[in-house]
Design a protein. Structure first.
Length: 174
């Protein structure tokens, strides 16, 4: 094999390795309804505003942003900037919405529910859709906050562990 042929073959291997596994052309080769599992972590910081309630536990609104890194997911291993807004009603129930944006600007949207934003609390979420390469995606994920640090001024920092989920693309034209 000539040096030019080896270089060309090497370029093809590198190009293949860098092609996103979630590329629509590659997705078309698999059944659109097959579930794809993933895991990863979420690190975030933000703020929380509270008001008192009649039960003695404050209600709160939290706005967090940070990074979600998914791994071990065939066709979905990726890094995202993540943003979430949640409402804790003061009775140990938190609900909210999150959006994960990949490096191309494509998004995954989700709705979540769980306990208060505190260390050790479990959150479950439903993936409700997306844009671009994530268009028509549905699924679910869950995580536990490994730690949540809250400052007196309302600043928050947190990191999740055991972020796990699955997703699939809905059938039909894309």
């Amino acid at each position: 094999m000539t040096r030019a042929a080896i270089t060309c073959a090497s370029c093809a291997i590198v190009a293949l390795a860098l092609t996103p596994a979630g590329d629509p052309a590659l997705r078309a080769q698999e059944p659109p309804t097959s579930w794809r599992a993933f895991d990863g972590n979420w690190s975030a910081s933000g703020s929380r505003q509270t008001i008192p309630t009649e039960i003695g536990r404050p209600a709160a609104v939290a706005h967090l942003s940070g990074a979600v890194v998914l791994s071990n997911g065939t066709g979905i291993a990726a890094g995202f900037t993540a943003e979430a807004i949640g409402f804790d009603d003061g009775t140990s129930e938190t609900t909210g919405r999150a959006v994960w944006t990949d490096s191309a600007g494509d998004r995954i949207f989700s709705a979540f529910r769980g306990g208060p934003l505190q260390t050790g609390r479990r959150i479950t979420a439903t993936i409700t859709g997306g844009t671009g390469r994530w268009a028509r995606v549905t699924g679910e994920y869950e995580l536990t906050w490994q730690y949540v640090v809250s400052a007196e001024a309302g600043d928050l920092q947190g990191r999740s562990v055991d972020l796990r989920g699955r997703l699939r693309w809905a059938e039909g034209p894309r």
